[in-house]
Ligand binder design. Structure first.
Ligand SMILES: [Zn+2]
Ligand SMILES: [Zn+2]
Length: 347
């Protein structure tokens, strides 16, 4: 084996390169994983542009990946070479205020693979053994590369607590909006409405089980919702775009007494107009959702492995590692693909 590998690395805002770098060595308690597939996420574009904080450059991107354990550091127990795995990317100290309350995402020392430390858009990645989830035999490595985004969506729906019989509006039919459609149905929503301007994505939304589709470029979303819900509005609105106009729309579109899930990642410095009177008078509940960790990972594994959730509709493009830099850049304008997976292990 040569001692270098290809890795997609960010050197500064807008400076993303496919580099040759040394293959990382697993330290104590760590394993090295030969990456099989790595998903590209909207967050990667934000990181690459410098609108999502990534403090430690150069950085290998990639926080949605599957692979096979290829070597073990010292003091690793319960994992063997050859295990097929995914990695909870959220590495935390384990003993601070937040970690001891089951909220490790807020750990001051939190270090996410592909955000704070080198991730899986590379031939190999090193991760702590304690963050590994070994896959069941009935989950393919191809599908397993979607476990991370699904874990995030599960966390979001846990946070907003969709109850059976509720009407859910999902703003945005991108890779995460599509996942929220299927999850809302699994969680008992009686009606799932999707607002999405792109016709291809509306078609995919229908394939994922959306009951009603709204094209916000052609019709007034509020009027359509009034017709669909007898003038009441949706019980729950999931913002899955991350833009200011759609966040502002969520506040207006949700029913009185309804709930909003702030799921889409807006640019860190962007601000929205929010009338406190609306929150007060409509008795709104607005809930944030940042990432999935803990049990959302094995639950995502179980949903895909048992056929309750299929990433196949969402993952509509598989490209080689040599295309990854261009694939991340194209997220800015190209809406013709929904979710790009980078095939690395089957190169
Ligand atoms: Zn992501
Ligand atoms: Zn901590």
């Amino acid at each position: 084996m040569s001692d270098t590998m290809k890795a997609v690395r960010l050197h500064g805002a807008g400076d993303l390169r496919l580099d040759d770098v040394p293959i990382p060595t697993p330290g104590t308690g760590e394993v090295r994983i030969a990456v099989w597939r790595s998903g590209i996420c909207g967050t990667d574009l934000h990181i690459a542009k410098g609108t999502f904080p990534a403090p430690n450059l150069p950085l290998t991107l990639g926080h949605e990946f599957s692979g096979t354990v290829e070597s073990l550091g010292d003091a690793v127990h319960g994992i063997v070479v050859g295990d097929r795995v995914v990695v909870d990317i959220n590495i935390a100290c384990g003993h601070c205020y937040f970690c001891t309350r089951g909220q490790k995402l807020f750990c001051p020392a939190v270090s996410q693979l592909g955000v704070h430390r080198d991730g899986g858009l590379a031939e190999f990645v090193v991760a702590p053994a304690t963050n590994i989830h070994v896959l069941p035999a009935n989950l393919s490595l191809n599908d397993a590369a979607y476990v991370e985004p699904l874990a995030c969506a599960i966390h979001g729906q846990d946070r907003i607590g969709i109850r059976s019989g509720e009407t859910v509006l999902i703003i945005g039919g991108g890779p995460m909006g599509l996942a929220h459609i299927a999850l809302a149905r699994l969680n008992g929503a009686s009606r799932v409405i999707v607002s999405e301007p792109d016709p291809t994505r509306r078609g995919l939304a229908q394939s994922m089980g959306a009951d009603d589709l709204i094209n916000p470029a052609e019709s007034e979303v509020a009027d359509e919702l009034a017709t669909l819900t007898g003038g009441i509005g949706p019980d729950v609105v999931i913002e899955a775009v991350g833009s200011i106009p759609t966040y502002e729309a969520a506040v207006q579109l949700v029913r009185r007494g309804g709930r909003i899930l702030a799921y889409g990642a807006a640019p860190q410095a962007a601000s929205m107009t929010l009338r406190p009177f609306d929150v007060y008078a409509k008795e709104l509940t607005i809930v944030g959702s940042y990432a999935g960790t803990y049990d959302t990972w094995p639950r995502a594994v179980a949903l895909i492995a048992n056929g309750r959730f299929s990433p196949e509709v969402i993952v509509d493009s598989v490209r080689p590692l040599s295309d990854a830099v261009e694939a991340i850049r194209s997220l800015e304008h190209d809406r013709s693909t929904v979710k790009v997976h980078i095939g690395i292990g089957d190169r």
